[in-house]
Design a protein around this ligand. Structure first.
Ligand code: ADP
Ligand code: ASP
Ligand code: MG
Length: 423
């Protein structure tokens, strides 16, 4: 018997038919004697609708009320799934974040889970009851307000519940049957990976592959939790119930690097559209200028990602280009306007017509030439690179967004990731 956490995303609970289908997936596990906690997202489109309503009423809203509103979608799907389980003769109840409780910090809209008290859940699970937990939300400790974990946060709820319960596996059911070499919606020849290391998945997620929220991978990595990504659209009865020794039969397992036998140099390609580029033209090139630009941005909690500096031939001035999250662009420009006199710049220009494309693979640590292939491939397609950043296991480039799909497809082919080549 295993303790299993099953998470179902928005498309998996998009309508009543799908919720009934989810109930059958859960029944399969219960019938096999496994203890099950389910974590659900809101029905597809619901959270977007709630966010839109908040913005319509007030663009500069109170973040605590935003959370109270956008967390509500999960309450509906959790209740509906509990009812669908009852219909199948399964004992189940819904749990909201505060009822467990899932305690978070007070950063509304992007809260982190501080701790989960699993005792109540454990007691019910031991009686054979299924716990249906609302994803995405918890309760902030000091003021007892509902807090949400950031978009896509139900993955993180699932990983955190799995850690708290000491689960054998955390199965993330979604609308694709695993983690692919790149987004299969962009590249139809993308290949499903049987396994991917925590480190690579962490990079893929943080660099734009929204199949898992970054924080869920972080949690799994820190606690050695097995995360598996699989499709809820597979007929529930055609899948085997969880057997911890045979997890490889379906989906993709996110696990530690040494559990992967055949490691590729490049495992995947990610793209992030939510980038915006800011260029500060002709700033004086002298010590302290960077601090006077990036200090105030940091004070305003604006994260800066890629940074490029181009010094003029006379060495007196420099152009400074950097990227921020596109939703932060208006605030970043506001901050920069305030400091522009201090730094003595000529002009500030910006654009959100850019994307960041990243090539990821732990094999890069020991293989040279990965960057050369990237630059060569993009050059052959006439794609200009605006900025570059690297880490031990990834290379990212910023390019014009018009070329995003062309770049991802060409790189996917250049690194031999296409399904045909692999077979
Ligand atoms: P859910 O609603 O189940 O949480 P998401 O929409 O958040 O689902 O994530 C699943 C989507 O992630 C897929 O439909 C796919 O388009 C996208 N995706 C992006 N990169 C990848 C990748 N490398 N592998 C698989 N899916 C990916
Ligand atoms: N419903 C939330 C969202 O759409 C959380 C999630 O789906 O993971 O972002
Ligand atoms: Mg998601």
């Amino acid at each position: 018997m295993a303790v299993v956490v099953m998470k179902f995303g928005g498309t998996s609970v998009a309508n009543i038919e799908r919720i009934k289908n989810v109930a059958r997936h859960v029944k399969r596990e219960v019938d096999a004697g496994n203890s099950v906690a389910v974590v659900v997202s809101a029905m597809a489109g619901t959270t977007n609708q709630l966010v839109e309503w908040v913005r319509e009423i007030s663009p500069l809203h109170d973040a605590r009320e935003y959370d109270a509103i956008v967390a509500s979608g999960e309450q509906i799907s959790a209740g509906l799934l509990a009812l669908a389980l009852h219909k199948l003769g399964i004992s189940a109840r819904s749990w909201q974040g505060w009822q467990i409780p899932i305690i978070t910090c007070d950063t509304h809209g992007a809260a982190r889970i501080n701790r989960i008290d699993p005792e109540k859940l454990k007691k019910r699970l031991s009686r054979g009851e299924v716990a249906v937990v609302t994803g995405f939300q918890g309760i902030e400790q000091s003021h007892q307000r509902i807090a949400t974990l950031g978009r896509g946060g139900s993955d993180t709820s699932a990983a955190a519940v799995a850690v708290a319960l000491g689960a054998d596996v955390c199965d993330i059911y979604t609308d694709v049957d695993g983690v692919y070499t790149t987004d299969p919606r962009i590249v139809p020849t993308a290949r499903r990976l049987a396994r991917i290391s925590y480190e690579e998945m962490l990079e893929m997620a943080s660099l734009g592959s929204k199949v898992l929220q970054t924080r869920s991978v972080e949690l799994a990595m820190v606690h050695g939790l097995r995360l598996r990504v699989l499709s809820s659209l597979t007929e529930p009865e055609n899948m085997p119930a969880v057997d911890v020794d045979r997890l490889d039969e379906y989906g993709t397992i996110v696990c530690s690097e040494d559990e992967i036998v055949e490691q590729q140099v490049v495992s995947g390609i990610a793209y992030a559209k939510n980038e915006a580029k800011v260029t500060i033209l002709k700033v004086e090139d002298k010590p302290g200028v960077s601090a006077r630009i990036f200090g105030p941005l940091a004070d305003a909690s604006i994260n800066v990602d890629m940074i490029v500096q181009n010094v003029t031939p006379d060495g007196k001035f420099t152009d400074m280009t950097f990227t921020v999250d596109s939703t932060e662009l208006p605030r970043a420009l506001e901050v920069l306007r305030r400091v522009s006199e201090d730094i003595g710049c000529h002009e500030i220009i910006s654009s959100d017509n850019v994307v960041k494309i990243s090539v990821i693979g732990v094999g890069m640590r020991s293989h040279a030439g990965v960057a050369a292939i990237m630059f060569d491939t993009l050059a052959k397609k006439g794609i200009n690179i605006i900025a570059i950043s690297t880490s031990e296991i990834k290379i990212s480039v910023l390019i014009d967004s018009d070329y995003a799909e062309l770049a991802v497809r060409s790189l996917h082919e250049a690194y031999g990731l296409d399904a045909e080549e692999a077979s």
